[in-house]
Ligand binder design. Structure first.
Ligand SMILES: Nc1ncnc2c1ncn2[C@@H]1O[C@H](COP(=O)(O)OP(=O)(O)OP(=O)(O)O)[C@@H](O)[C@H]1O
Ligand SMILES: [Mg+2]
Length: 305
């Protein structure tokens, strides 16, 4: 496969305390394999705690996988130097937290160019500000003087200023009004046409429907299903995908901070299929193992297929 990014059997375990002295490991990701092609938007969808952000962090090298490999253009990402941060950048959910309030927009956008010692910086900054459809006058303003949508445009300008091949966008529209959301999604689509690939992380399957070329569905740290948007959304093969599509409103990330890690952890068995306790099509085997079904790029990790 000629993927830009290849995630190969990646697991991530975090240590968790059980009582006073016992420590165990909780798997936030379990044996996830998927790829991202050039110039495609891969939507990663799943409810809270499914491992979406963990996946993003591993791709960004903010954390190391416990096992498995991540390859970029065929090279192990941790063997790559600073060049990797030029090629892979990030847009977070809430630009209010990710943009330094003391800096002017022009400094925020210029910073990656300074870090990577790139020349012709002013020209480049003006170019990307235009690309994200902000007027030049915004360059002199600070994040606090901008609307949420404008701030996210600044974050995007910063993310594209080094001409990356891939952007990890973690809930980039979750904190925006619906109308502003639509404008930002349009902007992502334009950037995609210019050759940038996206890992677009969201809890909202409607956003995925609007923007993704392919969709990866995560639950309990496991890849449930992967395929083209049409296939996954029109003909979901995993019971969890059907559940997601059945219009059960998924809670906004802001609303669920109160849920403790431990609560989520108990719901999800660490052996077999994580969705087994909630699955309407459960069979005994699901408590033991998960079989993988693959056909023409469609992957379904479920014993029913
Ligand atoms: N540093 C950590 N230590 C222990 N557990 C963690 C840590 N980071 C994440 N987890 C756990 O890993 C699981 C996956 O978390 P992650 O943040 O990737 O989920 P998510 O899909 O991004 O959820 P959300 O939609 O709420 O952002 C969760 O159960 C979470 O509690
Ligand atoms: Mg998250």
């Amino acid at each position: 496969m000629s993927g830009l990014l290849e995630i190969d059997q990646v697991s991530k375990a975090y240590p968790v305390r059980k009582g006073l002295f016992r420590r165990e490991h909780f798997y936030a990701l379990r044996g996830v394999s998927l790829s991202v092609d050039r110039s495609e938007i891969l939507g990663v969808v799943g409810e809270s705690g499914s491992g979406k952000t963990t996946l993003g962090k591993l791709v960004l090298r903010l954390e190391r996988p416990t096992s498995g490999r991540i390859l970029f253009e065929g090279r192990e990402v941790f063997s790559m130097g600073k060049e990797y941060t030029r090629k892979v950048s990030v847009v977070f959910q809430d630009p209010r937290n990710s943009l330094n309030p003391r800096m002017k927009v022009k400094e925020i956008v210029e910073e990656p160019l300074v870090v990577h010692k790139v020349g012709e910086r002013r020209k480049k900054v003006r170019e990307v500000i235009e690309k994200v459809k902000l007027e030049e006058s915004f360059l002199e303003r600070r994040p606090d003087d901008l609307s949420g949508g404008q701030r996210q445009r600044v974050a995007i300008a910063r993310a594209i200023v080094l001409d990356p091949d891939l952007i990890v966008a973690d809930e980039p529209t979750a904190s925006l009004d619906v109308s502003v959301q639509a404008e930002i999604l349009k902007l992502f689509e334009e950037l995609k046409k210019e050759g940038i690939a996206f890992i677009f992380i969201t809890h909202d399957i409607r956003v995925v429907e609007r923007i993704a070329d392919r969709v990866a569905v995560l639950y309990g740290g496991m890849l449930m299903e992967l395929g083209s948007r049409e296939e996954v959304l029109r003909n979901p093969m995993h019971p969890y995908t059907r559940f997601l599509l059945s219009n059960v409103p998924v809670k906004h990330p802001r609303e669920r901070r109160a849920e403790s890690y431990a609560e989520i952890e108990y719901e999800i068995p660490q052996k077999g299929c994580p969705f087994a306790p909630r699955c309407p099509d459960y069979i005994q085997e699901c408590s033991e193992r998960v079989r993988r079904f693959e056909l023409n790029g469609r992957i379904v990790n479920c014993n029913l297929h």
